[in-house]
Design a protein around this ligand. Sequence first.
Ligand code: NAP
Ligand code: 8YV
Length: 310
Amino acid sequence: MKFTVLRVAHLPPMLSERLHADYEVLEGSERGDELDAAQTRGIRALVANGESRVRAGLIDRLPVLQVIIVFGVGYDGIDVEAARARGIAVTHTPDVLTEDVADFAITLMLGTARRLAQADRFVREGRWQQGPFPFTRKVSGKRLGIVGLGRIGKAIAQRAAAFDMHISYHGRRPLAVDYPYYASVTELAAAVDFLVVAVGGGDSTYHLIDAAVLDALGSTGILINVGRGSVVDEVALAQALAEGRLLGAGLDVFEDEPRPHAGLLDLDNVLLAPHMASATWDTRRAMSDLTLANLAAHFAGESLPTPIPG
Ligand code: NAP
Ligand code: 8YV
């Protein structure tokens, strides 16, 4: 017998094909409105991704749901409390994407400071013939502040060390590392040239990067966000960039994906990416394997390879 799995997010074909081979897969929305009563009564597992919103309303409609499997490490969109109240396990895919996301944070930092997208347009549009490209900002040897020194934050620090950057960080508590710790994100921002957000979403980080933090980073500062869009007040960010109160920003994540705040789209000092930091073939394969391993372990009654903490 094949177990029934509800898929509520876009998944790469390499994963959805294998899901379809091993399970009865229902395709649904995050609200599940299109599912009829017979379908909801059969769903044992739900597969979501890092951007998914799986709220109590959907969980409540699935009486035999046993496990929520997140294709991604961030699970801020999952109502974990509602799941736990029903004894529903939640898994995710940590570690296997850390390197790619850290690589991409460095890509955004270099690309924003050296104005790579603008330089590309400059060459393509024939403007080089009228004179040289304006000077850009140096990265090596500068001061880097990391918000959220977890798996990804540490991997970013490791890479930045190779650029001789001076690293400091903010988190909820100091860690056993040699980098200076700032209990206040505003004070961290005031002390660095680059501020990289590598923290997850949810209530505790909502708009942690607000106008005051952006002003502390200042007119020579650059903000990078590979964590979650909700961590940065996008309206305040667009305003600070437009008014030159912040030098630049490189963003992979947005408050309302796939719709970045309209004020950002016309700005020349922001580098925009479509939530692609972990989207390499190697990593998506590893994430797919881990997603299937969690699902298989659950139905085999074995311990889950990567349950969420807590
Ligand atoms: P992690 O190891 O859990 O790291 C998260 C870090 O943030 C921890 O050091 C945690 O420290 C800190 N933190 C948590 N809440 C905080 C708060 N309120 N204020 C300050 N710091 C806080 O997770 P990870 O694997 O590095 O992933 C981090 C996040 O990156 C994910 O949650 C996800 O949102 C995002 N991500 C984005 C992409 C992308 O494609 N752009 C890909 C993967 C992941 P304490 O708990 O000790 O405070
Ligand atoms: C993915 C992510 O883009 O892991 C996360 O939390 O945000 C990303 O790795 C996402 O989960 C796949 O859609």
